[in-house]
Design a protein around this ligand. Structure first.
Ligand code: C2O
Ligand code: CU
Ligand code: CU
Length: 621
């Protein structure tokens, strides 16, 4: 008996769980240590010391139980709980962000749960002391096995999320500040005497038909900004939201410092603050603006709007409408989609014989499939005159077709109103279940509604219109060519389990940036190895589309800021690197971007004073 007696005097049914809980906490503390070392050496060291101590005490509680061991384990558990509670409420007085409460993440919730649970078990062991007689009861094993499975699983999840935490402070500079390096803040619009168009956008929470939405100037979408090519646009953003925010000017070629990306080109604007963007609009066309801080959540709450740049000269239209289709979801979960904020049908005035330009903007958040809207225009022949704001060459008349407009993209349609009947735009995207409620339509003019037709042909931008010279697309050689292969798989990132979306096997911000220099012609090949759609958007530049599935496009030159890459498709686009800075390149399906499908086109020798991560609170996705 002699040897086994010392092992059985403390009840196994208590010290077994106490040991597992302490070991689990140890493993999670150790898994989080590398990240904490980066943030603040002292905290990293503390995590290592506590982790090692808990590992030792956990093993000892099982193998060499004694009152001293239990007392030490209780003290460490209580100490951790006290420090944790302070750090998540008042904030610790020292550290990388003194006095600022940290957000609670999954690994520390598991650790705290383990510690809280271990304390009473350890206290009972301490108070009751060793038993006089050996512990002969057999029941303990039956309870221990399922408990051990659960605790091991929780520990595994805690360790994996601890190893893959929220980034702390990621600096996207391509060089540290110094001689010959351009600080991004210098990349602003140089002064000039262009006519100034000034706007003020106040971001705030608004009640709309019983729903809470996030708005610019009280409406979803925000006010349509209509300016003329060559104008100097000055927009003052006032943030009255309960969260930090920013505005990005989607599709515009503007100076990098005005691009509105939190953590890259600016610090996200804190509640109460004001910020002014200023840029000259070079290219006419249909664009849009939206928040680029916590984009995944802020855009579907309502923070988006149309931006129309009228050409200095060119054909005029009797009616020129911009329609931004997007979510109105505020803080409620739900699928409320509207055309210009209207659920159901949006009715626009147009008279027989009038020439109409309809600028459609897909500002929808989208779901995991990334499925585009499939638009059908009924009641008149029409032409697709521009894509992503850029005119097409020799557009021809089309009948009812499915126009696939990817998330973030724009289609400009032109048509003449028929006499005596309406023109109707419907969305034919297949929908199921709760998505059925998400239909929206646009009706123009008066009279009978055009009869519905069944449409199967999809408009294909690769074969539409007439060829024309294109300096970029027709090049034989490129200075830089890169493949971006899109895949997805489950994994751990940003402190949680995610459906990871990757470029070349990596998620943002660990993706490999495309490093360029001014003057280079850059070709990108997007290879989609998923069953989803990915509209891949480049900031500050315009792609010339070269190939779809290996075949050169045969119609009009096509210039896009977002290339819609369908399931298992391959698209090639190229651009001239002529706008120095640090630019995002990401999928515009917001959930894909939030799950990592984002990278950068970064010019050599550019530094940014901003960073992405929990220290600054900048999360551009
Ligand atoms: Cu429309 Cu990076 O955004
Ligand atoms: Cu953009
Ligand atoms: Cu995507």
């Amino acid at each position: 008996m002699g040897q086994s007696q010392s092992l059985t005097v403390y009840r196994r049914s208590l010290r077994g769980p106490a040991a597992l809980l302490t070991l689990g906490a140890a493993a999670i503390h150790l898994s989080a240590a590398p990240d904490h070392l980066q943030e603040y050496v002292a905290f990293g060291g503390l995590f290592i010391v506590v982790g090692i101590a808990q590992a030792f005490l956990g093993l000892a509680a099982w193998l060499r139980p004694s009152r001293r061991i239990f007392v030490a384990a209780v003290l460490i558990a209580l100490g951790c709980l006290v420090v944790w509670t302070i750090s998540r409420t008042a904030g610790l007085p020292i550290g990388p962000t003194p006095g600022k409460p940290e957000p609670a993440a999954f690994p520390d919730l598991v650790t705290s749960l383990f510690e809280v649970t271990s304390v009473p078990l350890l206290l009972v062991l301490i108070v009751r002391g060793p038993r006089q007689a050996p512990d002969r009861r057999r029941g303990w094993l039956g309870a221990m096995v399922p408990l051990a499975v659960v605790l091991t699983l929780l520990t595994f999840l805690g360790v994996m999320t601890g190893l893959n935490p929220l980034p702390f402070a990621v600096d996207m500079s391509t060089a540290p500040p110094g001689p010959g390096v351009t600080p991004l803040q210098m990349l602003t619009e140089p002064p000039g005497d262009e006519p100034v168009k000034a706007f003020t956008l106040t971001a705030r929470v608004t009640q709309q038909a019983g729903h809470q939405v996030w708005t610019y100037n009280g409406t979803v979408p925000g006010p349509e900004l209509r300016v003329t090519q060559g104008d100097r646009v000055r927009v003052t953003l006032i943030n009255h939201l309960p969260a930090a925010t920013s505005i990005h000017w989607h599709g515009l070629r503007l100076p990098n410092a005005e691009d509105g990306v939190a953590g890259l080109t600016q610090q996200a604007l804190a509640p109460g603050q004001t910020y002014t963007y200023e840029f000259v609009v070079k290219d006419p066309g249909t664009y849009w603006y939206h928040s680029h801080q916590d984009t995944e959540h802020q855009v579907p709450k309502g923070l988006y709007g149309a931006l129309v740049v009228l050409p200095g000269q060119g054909p005029t239209y009797d009616r020129d409408y911009a329609v931004a289709v997007g979510d109105l979801n505020g803080s409620d979960a739900g699928d409320r989609i509207g055309a210009n904020g209207l659920l159901g049908d949006l009715h626009l005035t147009a008279h027989p014989g009038e020439l109409v330009r309809l600028r459609l903007i897909d500002a929808i958040q989208g779901d995991m499939t990334g499925f585009p809207e499939l638009l059908t225009l009924l009641g008149a022949p029409y032409r697709v005159i521009a894509l992503d704001g850029h005119d097409l060459n020799g557009p021809t008349d089309l009948g009812p077709e499915l126009l696939p407009i990817g998330i973030g993209q724009r289609y400009d349609l032109a048509f003449r109103m028929p006499s005596g009947s309406q023109v109707k735009l419907i969305d034919n995207r297949p929908r199921r279940g709760s998505q059925l409620a998400r239909t929206w339509t646009v009706t123009l003019g008066e009279g009978p509604t055009p009869p519905p037709v069944t449409v199967h042909t999809r408009f294909d931008l690769a074969t539409y219109g007439t060829t024309a010279p294109d300096e970029v697309a027709q090049r034989q050689t490129f200075d830089e060519s890169r493949d971006l292969v899109v895949t997805n798989q489950h994994g751990f990132r940003y402190g949680s389990e995610q459906f990871l979306h990757m470029f070349n096997g990596r998620t943002f911000p660990d993706t490999q940036p495309i490093i360029v220099r001014k003057g280079l012609f850059v070709r990108l090949r997007f290879v989609n190895n998923t069953d989803e759609y990915h509209p891949i958007h480049l900031h500050g530049h315009v792609y010339s589309v070269i190939r779809k599935n290996g075949r050169p496009i045969s119609g009009t030159p096509v210039h896009l800021d977002s290339i819609l890459v369908g399931p298992h498709e391959t698209w090639e686009g190229a651009f001239l690197a002529d706008n120095p800075g640090l630019w995002m390149l990401h999928c515009h399906v917001l959930v894909h971007a939030a799950f990592g499908l984002s990278t950068m086109v970064s010019y050599e020798g550019v530094s940014t004073p901003y960073s992405i991560g929990s220290r600054s609170g900048n999360f551009p996705e």
